[in-house]
Design a protein around this ligand. Structure first.
Ligand code: CA
Ligand code: CA
Length: 294
């Protein structure tokens, strides 16, 4: 009877998402283990019982729902993995994406509890131990769904180039508040286009300070090209016409307050007369988006 009650409690614990459920354990027979839920613990073999064994290979894919700048943080609790030069003996390594073909997010050993942050909604994580007879206590970690800034919002990466005839450009997480310290750069460059029309959604909102958070458009491929405009606060552009084959879009935020940001739909134009018409709209502020709004 007692054992039946115990089993019942155990199964209820599993059913209600016990963070130490078997879902996160290293299972060498299932590689990778895919964990899609939020706040799930996972750990190296024998964690809190003894050292991890030699010659072990564990792999996980930690996945957040696909969507607006959805990301994953891997937060470590305890971490004790054999220390070697360049973590060449036993290690934990994370890769961007769902397998090890993505960019490495870092390899760690020793007592390194710094978290990993994904670029997208998936991280591939590998724990491997060798056969040199030196092991550690291992690690436990938690997968946490979060919002991440896409690469094009870091000056360490190139701008994201849109080549489709139409598309959507928005601040990360829109309409949720954007992150601090962004410098996002996009280039719209549709083959054959002579210009673009842009229609902005509601809301448009940034911190009301032109050197803090702003959206800038330039006719060309960089911030050094002719500036079409710079917008901040609640002063929405509504619609913009841009002449030329390329359009540079720059959104920047500083470390202080964050607002909802912006979103616009662009459409490539192939007729110069149409481009000129849209440029009139953006100068006079009476285009269709403005009329709908007022
Ligand atoms: Ca070892
Ligand atoms: Ca700000």
């Amino acid at each position: 009877m007692t054992s039946n009650v115990f089993l019942l409690c155990l199964s209820l614990g599993y059913a209600f998402g016990n963070p130490f459920s078997d879902e996160g354990a290293c299972d060498p027979a299932t590689r990778p283990r895919v964990i899609e839920a939020n706040n799930v613990m996972f750990w190296s073999p024998n964690f809190r019982e003894s050292n991890y064994p030699p010659n072990t290979l564990c792999e996980w894919v930690l996945r957040a729902p696909a969507g607006l700048d959805s990301g994953v943080e891997i937060r470590f609790g305890d971490f004790d993995v054999q220390t070697c030069n360049n973590c060449g003996c036993d290690y934990v390594e994370a890769f961007d994406g769902s397998d090890d073909s993505g960019e490495s997010l870092g390899r760690k050993c020793g007592a390194a509890t710094t978290p990993f942050f994904s670029f997208g909604n998936e991280v591939f994580l590998r724990f491997e131990s060798n056969d040199d007879g030196v092991e550690g206590e291992g690690f436990n970690a938690q997968t946490i769904h979060t919002m991440v800034a896409p690469r094009e919002c870091s000056l360490d990466y190139d701008p994201l180039v849109f080549t489709d005839a139409s598309g959507v450009v928005r601040s990360p997480g829109y309409p949720e508040p954007y992150l601090p310290n962004l410098n996002c750069r996009w280039i719209i460059s549709t083959p054959g286009a002579v210009g673009y029309k842009l229609i902005f959604d509601d809301p448009f909102s940034t911190e009301n300070c032109c050197t803090c958070d702003y959206l800038q458009l330039n006719r060309g491929t960089s911030a050094e090209d002719t500036r079409i405009g710079l917008w901040f606060g609640q002063d929405a552009p509504y619609h913009v016409g841009s002449f030329g084959p390329d359009l540079f879009v720059n959104f920047a935020s500083d470390s202080s307050t964050q607002w909802q940001g912006f979103q616009f739909t662009y459409e490539a134009l192939y007729d110069e007369a149409e481009v000129l018409e849209w440029m009139k709209f953006s100068r006079r502020g009476y285009g269709p988006r403005f009329i709908e709004k007022h």
